[in-house]
Design a protein around this ligand. Structure first.
Ligand code: UDP
Length: 412
């Protein structure tokens, strides 16, 4: 990598020394030594919007800083293709799907076309993210190593789709999942758990002063004179924006507060526009609600909101992990979240937030929100625990080391 060209803080491992200490940096550099000169490439379906892109932005840079040549390729596809892959995403999380021969044909043809476009073959190892590019392996596998990184909640996948995708998954050398509850008995390849992570030096997570954060929030036309309940999520059924609104209506009867829901619409997510339009229609007569979409200065704005929110909500119905939780914790903001998917890896009930067992239990969400809004001391205590918890478990430097160890298993 031409280091002179890069001046992002996240491009250099040594920049993390103040957070994780010298010894850890040394450990990572030593672990990566035998991978020097290897060529690794990631393949995903979008460069922005959602957790996968968020993490690759940093991991790819740091792998290069370790003298591993690492790139990141994107999948090209039509709207129809991304409609299909979104239905795959939903079905892997448990929805119904109409898996016709035509659907399979479009899916397979698009990944076949991408097998030429992405020019992956000469790499030592290829990491393919999520179901969108999964079947590309069929056209390319030779002597390279292939890893499928599944970021979503596959506790109860639609069996019809699972049986179809399994033929591709089993061609990989390894599958990475985010939690042990996603381990599958009917997969023949090794399965490894790697936890997602946040980058403490990125614009989204770097330290902001209160003055800076207030200014950024006022630029979004949000006043800070009422407590803020925040949810940051793509406009997606599994993030349940309508449920968030219902919970807010209950809370609003007791406490004069405001709801900020910040979402984006990614290129690979054609459903999102409809979901967004539906929710703004529902919210139009509910006072003090802000449903924002694709905001300007996204990262720094999310940072400021997560810092200044009184609490964060993650009312997911299914959830692979939810980076938004670790992001909020890093700013010492407690989170009230559904007890689903990867969320309980992060939320320790009553310590850094509250877990609500049934995501549809609006009353319990409202009750915990009201309790925390009325209890500043508890919020502060939870916030302190939350930050430490992320520091121990969910920083990008740990994630990087987990990847290095897995790459070594396959390449050395
Ligand atoms: N995000 C963002 N802007 C938005 C909404 C979401 O930058 O308007 C980011 C969010 O901060 C987080 C990622 O998108 O970094 C979402 O990751 P998460 O794991 O929570 O959910 P996913 O979208 O991967 O299901």
């Amino acid at each position: 990598m031409n280091k002179k060209l890069i001046n992002f803080p996240s491009a250099f491992l040594e920049n993390y020394q103040n957070i994780i200490g010298k010894e850890k940096i040394k450990e990572i550099r030593e672990a990566a030594r035998s991978l020097k000169g290897k060529h690794i490439v990631h393949l995903s379906s979008t460069y922005q919007g959602g957790g996968v892109a968020e993490m690759l932005n940093t991991l790819v840079l740091l792998l290069n800083d370790l003298d591993i040549t690492c790139g990141w390729r994107l999948l090209k596809g039509s709207k129809l293709f991304f409609n299909i892959t979104k239905s795959f995403h939903n079905a892997l999380q448990g929805s119904e799907i109409d898996l016709t021969e035509e659907t399979k044909r479009i899916y397979e043809n698009t990944t076949k076309y991408n097998s030429i476009f992405t020019h992956l073959g000469h790499h030592d190892l290829i990491v393919v993210h999520d179901p969108q590019p999964l079947s590309i392996i069929k056209n390319l596998k030779e002597n390279q190593k292939w890893i499928w990184r599944c970021h979503i909640d596959i506790t109860e996948p639609n069996q019809n789709l699972w049986q179809y995708l399994k033929q591709y998954i089993n061609q990989y050398d390894e599958m990475i999942i985010s939690d042990e509850k996603y381990i599958k008995d009917d997969i023949t390849i090794p399965q490894t758990i790697i936890h997602p992570s946040i980058d403490p030096l990125s614009d989204k997570n770097k330290d902001l002063t209160e003055e800076e954060a207030k200014k950024i929030i006022s630029d979004l036309n949000i006043s800070l004179d009422k407590p803020i309940i925040l949810q940051v999520s793509r406009y997606d059924i599994w993030k349940d924006p309508e449920g968030v609104l219902e919970v807010f209506k209950k809370v609003k009867k007791e406490i004069d507060c405001q709801l900020v829901f910040v979402g984006n619409i990614a290129d690979d997510d054609p459903e999102a526009v409809e979901i967004y339009q539906k929710i703004i229609e529902k919210a139009k007569n509910v006072k003090d609600t802000h449903f924002l979409v694709n905001i300007e200065n996204n990262d720094i704005s999310i940072n400021a909101l997560q810092k200044m929110a009184d609490l964060v909500l993650q009312k997911s119905i299914k959830e692979g992990f939810a980076l938004t939780i670790s992001e909020s914790f890093w700013k010492e903001t407690p989170v009230i979240a559904s007890n689903v998917g990867g969320i309980p890896l992060q939320v320790v009930n009553d310590k850094n937030g509250f877990l609500i067992d049934n995501p549809m239990d609006y009353d319990s969400f409202a009750e915990k929100i009201i309790y925390l809004l009325n209890n500043k001391e508890k919020r502060e205590e939870m916030g302190k625990f939350a930050k430490e918890y992320v520091k121990e478990n969910f920083l990008v430097t740990k994630h990087l080391l987990d990847y290095i160890n897995l790459f070594k298993k396959h390449l050395t």
